[in-house]
Design a protein around this ligand. Structure first.
Ligand code: PXP
Length: 241
């Protein structure tokens, strides 16, 4: 089976639009629990535009689901991760002005920085992943750091303008997943996935976990969060049977 983590950042985006407490993030997290998703993903951005520090600790305290915390590879964020002690963290690139995480992390050019952060984390049991493009060079750089979990950025695949481009991007993900698994990586994937494009990604046996956020939260406006999550789970499960 392919695991599913749901990213609830955009419940917080909507809440923050009014600066009040509605819609309640904890209520959303409780629905994730009810749907028995595999993890709850939150991205603590440096500008705190959606998830806030307090949200993380409240959810850790009140929700019985493993937390996957997405953070920029900085000392400040890593220290917060150490205090929170989630199941896993995923280092993602972060630019202040971007609307969303626009691409994967360039591991090679951040190798010294990441090494220092891994040292900080060395006494904890937090699993460490990096969000990368499906690129063999990035996988090799992760290997040299001793990291064994990665998440492929599926944005280029999801945003493809033609079927031909989409097939080519899918092939890149398949090849990278095969290569990474041979090297002993645990492969995850996410970004831009929806009911139409998730099947192909969930069909890749080497990919063990998907993280999906924006589409589900948007669809939930029309269908309700529980229905949206369960529909997504059905499609992912169908791809693995
Ligand atoms: N995985 C990672 C590492 C992310 O940063 C994000 C959000 O950009 C997602 C998955 C979920 O992407 P989306 O909200 O497009 O489903």
């Amino acid at each position: 089976m392919c695991k599913l983590g749901i990213n609830i950042d955009h419940v917080a985006t909507l809440r923050n639009a009014r600066g009040e407490s509605h819609p309640d993030l904890l209520r959303a997290a409780k629905i994730l629990e009810e749907c028995q998703v595999d993890s709850i993903t939150m991205h603590l951005r440096e500008d705190r535009r959606h998830i806030k520090d307090d949200d993380l600790f409240l959810i850790k305290d009140k929700v019985d689901l493993p937390i996957n915390l997405e953070i920029a590879p900085t000392e400040e964020m890593t220290k917060i991760a150490l205090r929170l002690n989630p199941r896993s963290i995923c280092f993602v690139p972060e630019k202040r002005m971007e609307i969303t995480t626009e691409g994967g992390l360039n591991v090679k050019s951040n190798i010294i920085k990441i090494e220092k952060l891994l040292n900080l984390l060395s006494n904890s049991k937090i699993k460490v992943a990096c969000f990368i493009e499906p690129d063999l060079k990035q996988i090799n750089s992760l290997k040299s750091l001793g990291i064994r979990i990665l998440e492929f950025h599926t944005g280029a695949y999801a945003d493809s303008k033609t079927i031909k481009i989409m097939k080519a991007k899918l092939l890149l993900i398949k090849k990278a997943a095969r290569y990474a698994e041979e090297l002993g990586f645990d492969c995850h994937a996410g970004h831009g996935l929806n009911y139409d494009n998730v099947y192909n990604i969930a069909s890749i046996r080497e990919i063990k976990e998907l993280n999906i956020g924006h589409f589900i939260i948007g669809d939930a406006i029309f269908c309700g969060l529980k229905n949206s999550i369960l529909k997504m789970k059905d499609i992912i499960n169908a791809a693995r049977t």
